[in-house]
Design a protein around this ligand. Sequence first.
Ligand code: NAD
Ligand code: TYD
Length: 354
Amino acid sequence: MKRILVTGGAGFIGSNFIQYMLETYPDLQVINLDKLTYAGNLENLRAVERDSRYSFFQGDIADRQVVMELLSRKKVDAIVNFAAETHVDRSILRPDDFLKTDIFGVFALLEAARHFSIARFVQISTDEVYGPIPEGAASEASPLAPSSPYSASKGGADLLCHAYFVTYNVPVVVTRAANNYGPYQYPEKFIPLFITNALEDKPLPLYGDGRQVREWLYVTDHCRAIDRVLREGRPGEIYNIGGYSEEQNRVIAETIVELCKKSPELITFVEDRPGHDVRYALDSSKIKALGWEPRVSLEEGLAKTVAWYKKNKDWWKKIKEADFKNYYTAQYGKRLQKKGPGNGGEPGNTPSRS
Ligand code: NAD
Ligand code: TYD
């Protein structure tokens, strides 16, 4: 594989993936197509921006002309699609862009992959397409039951990928990963929001009773898994990528305040997210059979992540002081005023590990 198109490479996982691939494969060329939405940040790619093997194009994956023109100028061996609207809470506030990018964007990329007979298309999907998994673990054959406009859009794209494989023989592989965390994650997501709020002595808004469970995957483990699927995954197949580290949100919140050396009283129970999935859990035996397994434990990963956010305050302060403020007010303003009884806990209540 000589040249790959990475879409959404200026976001959290995409930028980690580009850095990982350029470090790992000296002869690889990477083209990054990204619209630079609020979540896209070229600062994430400072380490590679002068690398002659890397090039950046600003554009929308849902614009078929943009995608076709780029691929007619640049021949690529594979497309790895990270580009998406990704935040569940934003999808609840305003679903429109989720459908446009996460479904129509994938449609445009699949059409281009078909037209140019691209040898491999990796669609980065999510465990959220399975919906809540109260017990056991979702396998790749489990039914799709998405709860949010975000996960429904991602699930729609997965089905489109399947159809393009069956109907047009486009060599699509879909990955469904667990919740990621690590450096360069936009501070709207749970872990970076809680770390940065803790470092600023602001409340940590825990939804509902905080007993929801997520399976956490350190971002470089995810990058290694995508690389494995890109090279060895079978076209038409789906691969779950889990972190083997389930935890309740309240325990993650407690660990973050401990690591930041702050008071647990910052943890504030607020009104729950509508349609909040109680638990995600993946059966990842299929990708394990390809020889991959996660290397970073949750304990180690959280410590590394807190250390990164402590060291890179300029990176996240710039974000939090810009448009993020409007989103934060819309999402948390009323919630933080209404905290307390009836919303899953008393103000200032500290969760326990029981
Ligand atoms: P992110 O929100 O940090 O980054 C998304 C990137 O896509 C940004 O750079 C943004 O500018 C770009 N983008 C958005 N719309 C675009 C468009 N129309 N055209 C081109 N670029 C566009 O997201 P992330 O957390 O890095 O997630 C990357 C992918 O991984 C997504 O597809 C997401 O569904 C999937 N995923 C994420 C997680 C997670 O925990 N973060 C877990 C599983 C799967
Ligand atoms: P999030 O990072 O939004 O990922 P997802 O919803 O895609 O899993 O949230 C992770 C968990 O943390 C989820 O159960 C919701 C919870 N959460 C809070 O309790 N408070 C918050 O402010 C946020 C953003 C999330």
